[in-house]
Design a protein around this ligand. Structure first.
Ligand SMILES: *Cc1c(COP(=O)(O)O)cnc(C)c1O
Length: 224
């Protein structure tokens, strides 16, 4: 585990050095959604304390059993009726994609929740997320919801895209963020970019990712 961790951190660093558009600091999230509790303990023992999960049960069980102070990232699409189950147990939501979800967070939260707005940059039908064109009005609609703290934007590239296409999607998200900050559509703290997974995180870092969500390439070997 330690070895994979060092390898990924090195690849992130290389990508940072390689590009002037990269962020000064990139937070690695270890996606443990497919790991058992014991396997997740190995990840935490290697000092990876930002974990990504996509099911409420995964977070609740693991959180209950782990002794370390883990930062929990909810990375999958979240059903409105599940908000109450996870809201007190997560630090970041990477999949805010509709007002009804913001409404439910507002209703259930006891403290502001850091949220990434999920953007469907590629326009692929199967992808969750808002169209870039709808982001300014969405940000505006979020304003009354004080428990929803927009801290940035998240996207996923389609699986079958080429490297060049993937880079374009990540670049589009970065430019969207820059535009939203510049024209005041987004508050100043809405500046993070959650993009990049096992297959494309070096491209994402080169294009300015501040959070990368890595499963297979980081923790895949302990699943075998
Ligand atoms: C599973 C998942 C990841 C990690 O995927 P890998 O390809 O295994 O690195 C990242 N982000 C989201 C939203 C996911 O569902």
């Amino acid at each position: 585990m330690e070895q994979q961790k060092q390898l990924i951190l090195q690849q992130i660093k290389n990508a940072q050095l390689h590009s002037t558009l990269s962020a000064d600091s990139v937070q690695l999230i270890a996606v443990t959604k497919q790991l058992s509790l014991d396997q997740t303990k190995e990840v935490v023992a290697a000092g990876l304390l930002h974990l990504g999960e996509n099911r409420p049960e995964g977070i609740l069980t693991k959180q209950h059993e782990l002794e370390e102070e883990v930062v929990w990232h909810y990375i999958g699409s979240l059903q409105t009726r599940k908000v109450k189950d996870v809201i007190e147990h997560i630090d970041y939501l990477h999949s805010l994609d509709r007002i009804s979800l913001a409404q439910e967070i507002q209703k259930r939260a006891s403290r502001p929740l850091k949220c990434f707005i999920q953007v469907n940059v590629s326009g692929e039908q199967s992808k969750h997320g808002l169209s870039p064109i709808d982001i300014p009005s969405f940000l505006n609609e979020l304003k009354p919801f004080h428990m929803v703290q927009p801290i940035g934007f998240m996207t996923m590239a389609p699986l079958e895209a080429t490297d060049e296409e993937i880079r374009t999607y990540f670049k589009t998200l970065r430019e969207l963020r820059d535009r939203m900050l510049e024209d005041g559509s987004a508050p100043p703290e809405c500046k993070e970019l959650s993009m990049g997974m096992s297959g494309d995180f070096t491209l994402a870092v080169e294009e300015g990712a501040t959070f990368v969500r890595i499963g297979t390439a980081l923790v895949g070997s302990i699943r075998e």
